[in-house]
Design a protein around this ligand. Structure first.
Ligand code: MOS
Length: 720
């Protein structure tokens, strides 16, 4: 590890006990489905069974005694989920754009009767658009231009082209989506499993046409999110609220796994095409990249997913002439949305597999090719951002090669059914461009009888928010870790710290908390919190995000500093292919990640291991089968994720090259680990001699790649 440039503090950098561990281990933590309110009803969503068309008629074919029924006419305000574009209705009026689109809501005391209620819906069907490339509707298009692409191609000795495909991915958070709406005193409280309480608050305000203070959103203990609880909870909260207001009773809606898989967002599938000019020695002269993302039926967060994907599309490589074109296309499937990595896993899969093909074509070692092109401090990215000393691309590459014994294994595996491959990648921390300045997030610290209270909207979704924030605050104040305690995010009680997304919770919100603590320390005037409280009573300190000076971004040209810092990583994957079944088994992953500063090393390693395991699933196992725009395998028996048996040893190495902007130098860690495993694994398969360019690389896809290779005269030896 690099020696940290900041003096060693008390809690930061140590594996202190998690703030949420005792309650979770004891089973005392309350998740949404643990909560029961007097008079509570259960809610159910009636959904479309066709991908595209119009509703002709609806008929309630059940005994309606004891039922509450709501449809779009019960919405007092606007029937759109307020997010980026106002296009997605809470409840369909006439038009159906995807299977599982919500049409009607039912509530009843009895879950049994609720499930048995039958609603007949007649449709006028239309032909669905299921291929993003032939869709007439682009939700978002964007362009990045650096240099003059044609100049770059004229400098090239060789031009190499390729097309790379990635599939949907389902989040499979351990707890499905769920919300309870409780009407009281002319207002409503929403309690649920979510990442972003203020997103829900905003969406409900617009749906109800109510003022701020009549709506209260409380995050209940949340069993994972991965982006799947970024925008979706607004929809389910709206549904619960409509039923609750109509019934004037609390209403709980908790999806079962099948409903959660069929109806909620997934990772955007992508088709990425590269055309690259290279010198014979491997230097990149031109990168021309075209990205098509399948957005599904509504815009949701597609513009920002596409944006992050496009910004990361050229990989961590120096190239003077870059052209990126991206489109997010409408199709008649449930909307795709936020998922850990936010577009970057798709585009970095493409560029890293493409780099491997460049190495193969030129006959250059894959490590050497990356060493030649990896960003150094002083290099500029595709958006023209000049990288500083916090750029560690070359460092993580070299460490990963050494640590994994890459060269030795490369030789050892040659000619066998084993292979080794790597991926070099990076991930911008926080919102893109001017996003953090626009968000203007706030955080507060309270001084109470119990100690120092952290007041943020940032949610604990398993990743360690509460613990990591408390460590930062404890050290900045100079108080014991145990004296700092988190509160439940509740929009009536905490300031808007922005959403818990985009690898921003430590780097951005942690930094604001550090500012709060520094100010509180000044106000304490040398007293301990306890002494101050005894003398003066409670105190609250609030601080707001201050955009780092010198960071410039132009949204109209896509030029400038896309992120205030990047985290850098290199993954090495070793795999074995079964010659009879074409199953690819990962044998080991070596993950060297520069995340600036590990506030809590065990939690950081947990993020890296978890993201890597999720990346293994993305690469090899997790296949969403779409039939007529509907997920055909919406069960954990046939949409499977890696178990411990599918997850090989993961050797995690944490590198700490600090950023000036994060607390103690921290950069983002949440998303980075999902970007690398898929290309590293596919490149390992390629090293066996299989021309694989697509994930999930399930046996059928691997077999197809082998069969295609057999017909080619230049096919390399496949030892199968
Ligand atoms: Mo996320 S994919 O930034 O919740």
């Amino acid at each position: 590890m690099h020696a940290s440039k900041i003096a060693s503090p008390l809690a930061v950098g140590r594996n202190v006990p998690r703030k949420d561990s005792a309650e979770k281990v004891a089973g005392a933590a309350k998740y949404v489905d643990d909560l029961v309110f007097p008079g509570m009803l259960y809610g159910r969503t009636i959904r479309s069974t066709i991908p595209r068309g119009r509703i002709a008629a609806t008929r309630l074919a059940f005994d309606q005694r004891g039922f509450v029924v709501a449809d779009y006419r019960d919405i007092p305000g606007r029937n759109v989920v307020a997010l980026i574009e106002d296009d997605q209705p809470f409840l369909a009026e006439r038009e159906i754009r995807h299977t599982a689109e919500p049409i009607l809501l039912l509530a009843h005391e009895s879950r049994d009767l609720l499930l048995r209620a039958h609603v007949e819906i007649g449709y006028e069907r239309e032909n669905p658009v299921l291929d993003p490339e032939s869709s007439p509707t682009a939700f978002k298009s964007l362009a990045i231009d650096k240099g003059e692409i044609e100049d770059g191609f004229s400098e090239a000795d060789i031009i190499i082209e390729g097309e790379y495909r990635t599939g949907h991915q389902e989040h499979i958070y351990i707890e499905t989506n769920g919300v309870i709406a409780v009407p009281q005193d002319g207002g409503i409280t929403l309690l649920g499993s979510m990442q972003c309480p203020f997103y829900v608050h905003k969406a409900l305000k617009s749906m109800l046409g109510w003022s701020d203070e009549r709506i209260r959103v409380v995050q209940t203990e949340t069993g994972g999110g991965f982006g799947g609880k970024e925008e979706y909870p607004s929809l389910i909260a709206g549904h619960a609220a409509l039923l609750a207001l109509k019934a004037n009773r609390p209403v709980k809606i908790v999806y079962d796994r099948a409903e959660d898989m069929i109806a909620t967002t997934k990772r955007h599938p992508a088709i990425v095409r590269h055309r690259t000019g290279v010198k014979r020695d491997g230097r990149l002269t031109a990168m021309d990249i075209d990205i098509v993302m399948d957005a599904g039926a509504y815009v949701t967060l597609s513009p920002v997913v596409l944006s992050r994907g496009a910004i990361h599309a050229a990989g961590p490589y120096r190239c003077d002439h870059v052209r990126v074109r991206g489109r997010a296309m409408m199709t008649n499937t449930p909307p795709n949305g936020a998922f850990r990595g936010f577009g970057a896993p798709q585009t970095q899969f493409a560029v890293e597999v493409h780099m491997e093909r460049i190495a193969e074509t030129l006959g250059i070692d894959p490590v050497k090719l990356r060493e030649t092109n990896a960003f150094r401090p002083g290099d500029t990215t595709s958006t023209g951002q000049i990288l500083g000393e916090d750029c560690s691309a070359l460092d993580v590459l070299r460490r990963a090669v050494r640590r994994s014994g890459f060269r030795t294994r490369q030789r050892r595996y040659a000619g066998t059914n084993r292979g080794i491959g790597l991926a070099l990648f990076y991930h911008g921390s926080g919102f893109t461009g001017g996003g953090e300045v626009r968000l203007a997030s706030k955080a507060s610290l309270g001084l109470t009888e119990r100690g120092v209270q952290i007041l943020v909207a940032s949610t604990e979704i398993g990743q360690g928010t509460r613990t990591m924030h408390a460590q930062i605050v404890a050290d900045a104040l100079g108080v014991p870790f145990d004296d700092v305690y988190p509160v439940q995010p509740d929009t009536s009680n905490v300031p808007d710290s922005g959403p818990t997304v985009a690898s921003r919770t430590c780097m951005v919100v942690g930094r604001i908390l550090q500012q709060c603590a520094e100010e509180m320390k000044t106000r304490l005037g040398g007293m301990t919190p306890r002494e101050f409280f005894a003398a003066h009573g409670p105190m609250i300190v609030t601080s707001e995000y201050e955009g780092p000076s010198g960071i410039k971004w132009d949204d109209s040209t896509y030029r400038g500093d896309a992120y205030s810092t990047y985290a850098w990583a290199c993954d090495v994957a070793e795999v074995e292919i079964n010659p009879d079944t074409f199953e690819v088994r990962p044998l080991k992953l070596t993950c060297v990640h520069d995340i600036g500063k590990a506030i809590h090393p065990v939690l950081v390693a947990g993020q890296i291991e978890g993201g890597t395991a999720q990346g293994i699933g993305y690469a090899l196992i997790e296949q969403v089968v779409m039939r007529e725009g509907s997920m055909a395998n919406a069960q954990l028996t046939n949409y499977t994720i890696p178990t411990t048996l599918d997850t090989p040893p993961i050797d995690v190495v944490i590198v700490e090259n600090p950023s000036r902007y994060g607390p103690h130098g921290a950069k983002g860690v949440g998303e980075l680990p999902i970007d690398g495993p898929a290309p590293a694994i596919v490149n390992a398969v390629r090293s066996i001699g299989i021309d694989l360019r697509e994930i999930p690389a399930v046996p059928e896809i691997v077999m197809k790649a082998i069969d295609l290779g057999k017909g080619k005269t230049d096919a390399r030896h496949v030892p199968l």
